[in-house]
Design a protein around this ligand. Sequence first.
Ligand code: ARG
Ligand code: GLU
Length: 707
Amino acid sequence: MRKLFISLLFAVLPLAMMADEGMWIPMLLQKNEADMQKAGMRITAKDIYDINHACLKDAVILFNQGCTGEFVSDQGLFLTNHHCGYYYITSNSTVEHDYLTHGFWAMSREQEIPCRGLTATRLVRMEDVTAQVLEGVTDQMSEKDRAAIISKNIERISAKAVEGSHYKAVIKPFYYGNQYFMYINEVFTDVRLVGAPPSNIGKFGGDTDNWIWPRHTGDFSMFRVYCSPDGKPAAFSSDNVPYKPLKHLTVSLKGLNEDDFTFVFGYPGSTQRYVTSDAMRISAIEVNPIRIALRDIRLKYYKDAMEQSPAQRLKYASKVASIANGWKKWQGETLGIERLQGVAKKEAYERQFQRWANDKPEYRDVLPRLHQAYATLHPITIERTYFDEAVRSSDLMQRAGLMYTLLYGATSDSAKHAWAGNFAKQQDKYFSDFDKHGPIDKGIFVDTYILMWKAGYAPYLGKEESAVRKKLVTAFDKSILTNKDRLVKLLSDYTPKQGKKLENDPAVALFSEAYSYVYHKDNKLQIHDSIAYHVVPALMRTYVKGIMEKDPDVNYFPDANLTLRVAYGAVKGFKPKDATYYVPYSTLAGIMEKENPDIYDYVVEPRLKELYRTKDYGRYADRNGDMPVCFLTTCHTTGGNSGSPVLNADGQLVGVNFDRCWEGTMSDLLFDPNYCRNICLDIRYCLFIIDKFAGARHLVDEMTIVQ
Ligand code: ARG
Ligand code: GLU
């Protein structure tokens, strides 16, 4: 009975769009306008995106190639996340001026710090160029010919579009190549650091709280875009002037209540919404647990070390941060897909699709062929997961991999000599982090390798566990890669003769063996690449076209691809587990609850405590006189949305997006309005920190604020 009910439910919910699901193309937002207005929006789609008038899109920028930012003044001042600005905050810090620890606030324009290499990209306009991109493409041609024509067309169209201007054009495929859009961008290259809170505000909760609600992270930093005196992008120069954006956001101090309409406007990086049941099963149900188990090992070693001393803590903090970020996200993703029975839902939809496709020659074979393609890819994918998370992630094997490239890479002897000499010079730094005699690096290398071997993916190591272990330990102990003096000597004057020595090094030899096994045995590399890069993309193009043709009334959004999108929903709490409800707001009181001077992630600045004690919140307090810190919404976001403006029904800035709750990270594959929440910094806390905490009132005064 229960089973019947479930299958009926699947039958009526086939790949249906869920409430609040979707990352919409700003140019096509008209299609969502009525729905957005019904949900409470008081502005129009044209206020968000319009090529004839300044609009909200002119206030949103792509920060480098992975975060979002938004202008908050007519002087080029913009906000993004602390974790987005992190590199520029740390790389400009010295022991005397430790901006990461103590924060940084430019009290005048002269004090702003130029950030080499940092770009801020504004979208000028976008255009559907599908017809031009596909010109000359026929259904009969091979994928290879098709790709060649498309790339030629793209080159031609984009060059022509920006001819004689300072703009840059980017053309990207949508719906797996069923549609193409061109983005005309203005790329600013003089971007300066203006402000960042101390890390115990900007990264409060650290990796302990990462992906977690309740959250209390003041995850923001501020930068300013400069341009030439005539308003165009220019390389850093003291003659440059603050850029005057066509539009900057109005900041609202009114805050939002639960159920209020809100939207996020930014650059989501990547989602996999249309993949088949096989792809979902492989990635969420099979690959994730393998990655998690292998990372458990690495994290355990680093965390044990970090507990031993503050110096060790510092040494491994950033390694742990990057390992733990994906580790936690994948746990939520797998859990979410299982909870939703995502694979079964996909299968039910595929049965329905197949019934529809049976009498349509174009679509009849697409699912069976995708199924077949994934059957071939499956074992290769699993094997590569082990290789990436075990072999490629131990320091020893990473370096052995570099030596492998040095030995067998196709460059001249003189280029090899130069590269090796250069590499030799970096060894002081590397070895200061390398734990030759202690448990960490050896333990990670041996334990992850053993796990891979036990799963059957390293048969070349032998059959007997004790012998395998011995082989690994010997490789570590005897390798020149774990001996700084010998290594530097060998590389400083690298010749083919030295190369022979390197070839016989036990760690390098082990890497070669592993690499040939995973990539070259049984022609696996060719098989993988032809299926993953040609067969599957072509079939997915057809499948997604079929999905849209089958239900033409559904407004399907295209997967995220680091182009500007609008996601909308409401402020909402959720029920993560039985008998627990998460209220969608956190306040400064929660920071004080978490405070613990002995735990690095939960140290609270004395000044912040003082402001809390005196309740000196000024105009930034909420209705109850509390200081709001973060809030949750149902907007569909992903990596890349970090730093995105969170706006209210009037298009005013109320928050800055910075994370999701881990219980809902399956939203990259399957969205569930009951669990998927993004985490936003409340703009009132941000301004309170700038004004009351840091005393940088002049920055707040630049903004346009409504009370
Ligand atoms: N989870 C967020 C993201 O995916 C934030 C990561 C940075 N913060 C941190 N505590 N490690 O990027
Ligand atoms: N922190 C993520 C980022 O850097 C956003 C969180 C997410 O994946 O949604 O883009």
